[in-house]
Design a protein around this ligand. Structure first.
Ligand code: C5P
Length: 233
């Protein structure tokens, strides 16, 4: 069983995906970590000196950066099994905690907009799904990575609700400057992910969309598990 869960930033994909995988006893991969890992490494190598948009990274001045990022992607792997994967670039592992920083979120949509980077990471993602089934969460799992997944879900929620969830998770008060910054960052990232020409964030035509604003996480998990069991019959 391959389950594709897509949706905007902080829509609950990882929490839901992990619990669904646990319930169904299959693997779990948060594919955003692959894009974050490459971005983290590129920042640490000093490749980005100023914020860059997807449109800018596509122009002729950035050919070398695109080439370098593609090489990084080709040496990137998700190593592990079950639901415990570590992102590894050129044999060096990256801790998940390194991948959550605000600077990563600033640059990652530009990195993820590069077709050759996505091509390299697609193979990694398909390999994980091929090992006895898995839940993969991301932006283009149902549309591009696993277009023939047995079960496709699109999780949606308003940016306001998602920002409150993320701020609370990180221990910031609702209405704080940090909460406002999270909201602005989510909106900017979603806009870039939706607008890019390659593998944009969009629900697959055969996906079931669940709006999670008013639904508890446990109920979303129940709905996805029920759908997975229904299609497996
Ligand atoms: O899901 P997460 O917020 O960790 O994803 C980080 C970024 O990686 C997204 O904003 C998007 O630009 C990119 N991404 C993607 N395709 C995926 C998963 C993530 O383009 N399947």
């Amino acid at each position: 069983m391959r389950i594709a869960i897509d949706g905007p930033a902080s829509s609950g994909k990882s929490s839901v995906g992990r619990l669904v995988a646990e319930e169904l006893k299959i693997g779990f991969l948060d594919t955003g970590l692959l894009y974050r890992a490459i971005t983290r490494r590129a920042i640490d190598l000093g490749w980005f000196t100023a914020p860059i948009t997807a449109a800018e990274v596509a122009d002729t001045n950035h050919e070398q950066v695109r080439h370098n990022l593609t090489e990084l992607a080709r040496s990137t792997d998700a190593q592990g099994s079950g639901s415990a994967f570590t992102m590894v670039i050129g044999g060096i592992p990256l801790a998940d905690s390194q991948l959550e920083a605000a600077d990563v979120e600033l640059y990652v949509p530009a990195v993820a907009s590069i077709a050759s980077v996505r091509d390299a990471l697609r193979a990694v993602q398909r390999n994980v799904a091929a090992r006895g089934g898995a839940v993969l969460v991301g932006r283009d799992i149902g549309t591009v990575v696993l277009p023939d997944a047995e079960c496709k879900i699109f999780l949606d929620a308003t940016a306001e609700k998602r920002a409150v969830r993320r701020a609370t998770q990180r221990g910031y008060a609702v209405g704080s400057a940090e909460h406002q910054a999270i909201l602005a960052s989510l909106i900017a990232r979603d806009a870039e992910d939706r607008a890019r020409p390659v593998a944009p964030l969009i629900a697959a035509t055969d996906a079931i969309t669940i709006h999670t604003d008013e639904i508890a996480l446990t109920d979303v998990v129940k709905q996805v598990v029920a759908e997975a069991r229904r299609v497996a019959r």
